[in-house]
Design a protein around this ligand. Structure first.
Ligand code: ZN
Length: 338
């Protein structure tokens, strides 16, 4: 019996031990499983946060990009391909480099996308400013011929001008228009300007209002009949004007700053000397397409002045290029830059 009891005790002790071990194993398993779940849960939370953060970062970047993009594209959109130099030149190169220098610091990844564009653009602005600089630096002079047309002389002058890509202004007489319309037409067709020198070369300061109107406006009508352009510039005969003339005349009046005195000397060398001694940027030169000696002088002067860096332009172009707006009823002797 004692043995039996002993065996039974042993068995119950074993049973108890097994029970404890089983309970311990189960609890360990439970702890492991729960632990894993907790870790997984915490990871999920973490990953949600980080993804939210990364989304935020992306969103911020996008905002930055969209904020920065207009700055970058704005100066470029108007510049386009053909317009680039134009918009860049007047707005000033100083503005564009500023934008370019600020934007790369704002968005570091962007420059890789954009760098090719600036390299495309750079050659263009360098082309244009140099051109406009050249134009601005060019000395301009306007040759003017009064009292014509007189085909034997006028045609020679037109030939020299055309051969040299030069232009001039012809202040014609209204009463000669009917006789030589073709000479005036061909002058106009090669880009020369036709101005009005009154109908019959009367000194306007000695006339009353009606006669001034007749001398100026009748002559202008005769010019309009030939070239289909009216209200042309007026050179009052002898360069004379007074208050009444200023009030009555409805176009700008053009005098001169260099008198070749061709009518007085009728000598090629002295005409050439008069012009070369006095010509400067913005000059208006007075000559007459009536004398062969004037044509001789012009044949020498046109290529010579071009060699000296002058561009021979019409009176209207001279004032336009110098940025001077000419007004009706006012007399101008030259076009000096502001
Ligand atoms: Zn005259």
């Amino acid at each position: 019996m004692a043995r039996m009891r002993g065996r039974k005790r042993k068995k119950s002790i074993y049973g108890l031990q097994l029970g404890w071990i089983f309970a311990a194993v189960v609890s360990i398993l439970v702890i492991i499983v729960c632990g894993e779940k907790l870790i997984a849960l915490s990871n999920n939370f973490k990953s949600d946060d980080s993804s939210q953060n990364s989304n935020k970062v992306i969103a911020d970047n996008k905002e930055q990009e969209t904020l920065n993009k207009p700055e970058k594209t704005d100066p470029k959109t108007p510049t386009g391909t053909d317009n680039t130099p134009e918009t860049k030149t007047p707005t000033g190169e100083a503005n564009t480099p500023k934008n370019e220098s600020t934007s790369p610091t704002d968005i570091t990844p962007k420059p890789t996308d954009i760098t090719p564009e600036p390299t495309d653009i750079t050659p263009k602005p360098t082309d244009k400013p140099s051109k406009s600089e050249k134009e601005d630096n060019k000395k301009l002079v306007a040759f003017t011929f009064d009292d014509g047309p007189y085909p034997p002389v006028t045609k020679r002058i037109l030939d020299v001008l055309q051969e040299n890509g030069a232009k001039a202004t012809f202040f014609v007489m209204g009463n000669r228009m009917g006789t030589y319309p073709d000479t005036v037409k061909s002058a106009y067709e090669i880009g020369c300007e036709i101005g009005n020198h009154s109908y019959s070369h009367e000194n306007l300061t000695k006339l009353d209002t009606d006669k001034i109107i007749y001398e100026v406006e009748h002559s202008d009508d005769c010019i309009k009949e030939v070239i289909s352009v009216g209200n042309v510039l007026l050179r009052p005969p002898y360069g004379e004007h007074n208050e009444l003339v200023d009030k009555t005349v409805k176009v700008p009046m053009i005098a001169w700053s260099v008198d070749s005195e061709d009518w007085k000397s009728r000598n090629k060398d002295s005409i050439v000397k008069e012009v070369l001694d006095h010509v400067q940027d913005g000059s208006i030169v007075l000559m007459h397409d009536l004398y062969s000696t004037t044509a001789d002088a012009v044949e020498y002067l046109v290529p010579e002045l071009i060699k000296q860096g002058y561009e021979l332009v019409t009176v209207s172009e001279l004032f336009e290029r110098k940025g001077i707006e000419i007004e009706a009823g006012k007399l101008y002797r030259n076009a000096k830059s502001k």
